[in-house]
Ligand binder design. Structure first.
Ligand SMILES: NC(=O)C1=CN([C@@H]2O[C@H](COP(=O)(O)OP(=O)(O)OC[C@H]3O[C@@H](n4cnc5c(N)ncnc54)[C@H](OP(=O)(O)O)[C@@H]3O)[C@@H](O)[C@H]2O)C=CC1
Ligand SMILES: O=C(O)C1=N[C@H](C(=O)O)C[C@H](O)C1
Length: 271
């Protein structure tokens, strides 16, 4: 049987290079293309050499559409605008679009929903098994503990991260809100500064730290009167996300179009 042909978007980026590595070490998939934004200094370079796995004979292009027509899936950890533009090409090509990009707002998500009528979109703020398991545990803890237990989500990432709260923090906040049976949008407190007044019961708070080379750390704190439960995850290597993304692409191959999550891929939706 022939391999699943995968493209990597943003192939010169931190995650792009990890994705090329993950593809090169996975049976049943092959790198059929790699691209960067027009003007990128990476254009023309070999994607395998950039990723440190040796030459793969795939030069970095700036023409995603010509790659999509020859591919079965695209792995995309770029920027919200790049992801939305790519979703239209993925829909035209009816291929699998695995989206790790974070910082998407409601208008971006609406466009991804439209693309998912034709493409298999698998999107998650975190593609690791550990974080998706953590989300299931947070949902259960939030359901078991009453609203007098305050929920706060703390995250730390490297100094180059551009969005806050992280996609993972929001995913964990959503899990807590689901457990509580409330809407995160209506109960999130995404930052605090100055004379904020006392904490409002039932809200879910977020705090973001940035510094150094931290790959990604998340703690969900459930604070009761006189005791605290802390559930957390520490990412030590970007390969956990890259391997998850490759797994998602394989899972999505020949599936019916739709907007899926990593919990669907991992069979964690009912947990
Ligand atoms: N869901 C998950 O499991 C994870 C998600 N992420 C998310 O992935 C995203 C990328 O993170 P990271 O790899 O650290 O970021 P980087 O900035 O290192 O990589 C992004 C790459 O995308 C490129 N790019 C920008 N615009 C385009 C475009 N129009 N077409 C093609 N390529 C483009 C950038 O190029 P240039 O620098 O030249 O602009 C860069 O090379 C972030 O949103 C991050 O939060 C990260 C890790 C895990
Ligand atoms: O930008 C990153 O690096 C990461 N982004 C994702 C997020 O926003 O949660 C996932 C991971 O934590 C690393």
């Amino acid at each position: 049987m022939s391999s699943m042909r995968l493209i990597v978007a943003g192939a010169a980026g931190r995650m792009g290079r990890s994705l090329v590595r993950a593809i090169s070490e996975t049976d049943g998939v092959e790198l059929s293309g790699a691209f960067e934004r027009p003007g990128s200094p990476a254009l023309g370079k070999d994607a395998g050499e950039l990723a440190g796995v040796g030459p793969l004979g795939v030069a970095i292009s700036d023409d995603p559409l010509s790659l999509v027509v020859e591919a079965d899936g695209v792995l995309d950890f770029t920027t919200p605008d790049a992801t939305v533009a790519l979703s239209e090409f993925a829909a035209q090509g009816r291929i699998v679009h695995v989206i790790g990009t974070t910082g998407l707002d409601e208008p971006h998500l609406a466009r991804l929903d439209a693309a998912a009528r034709h493409a298999v979109v698998v999107r998650s703020g975190n593609m690791s098994l550990g974080v998706n398991l953590l989300a299931a545990l947070v949902r259960q803890a939030a359901a078991a503990l009453g609203p007098d237990w305050d929920i706060e989500v703390l995250e730390m990432h490297h100094r180059a991260k551009v969005d806050a709260p992280s996609g993972t923090a929001l995913l964990l906040g959503e899990a807590a809100a689901e457990g509580r049976g409330i809407s995160l949008a209506q109960n999130a407190v995404r930052s605090r500064d100055g004379h904020t007044g006392a904490r409002v019961e039932g809200t879910i708070g977020f705090a973001s730290l940035r510094g150094g080379s931290v790959v990604g750390e998340h703690t969900v704190i459930l604070a009761g009167a006189g005791e605290r439960v802390e559930l957390g995850h520490r990412a030590e290597d970007r390969m956990i996300f890259a391997r998850g993304a490759v797994k998602a692409a394989i899972w999505g191959f020949r599936r019916k179009p739709g907007h899926y999550s990593m919990a669907d891929v991992l069979g964690l939706t009912g947990v």
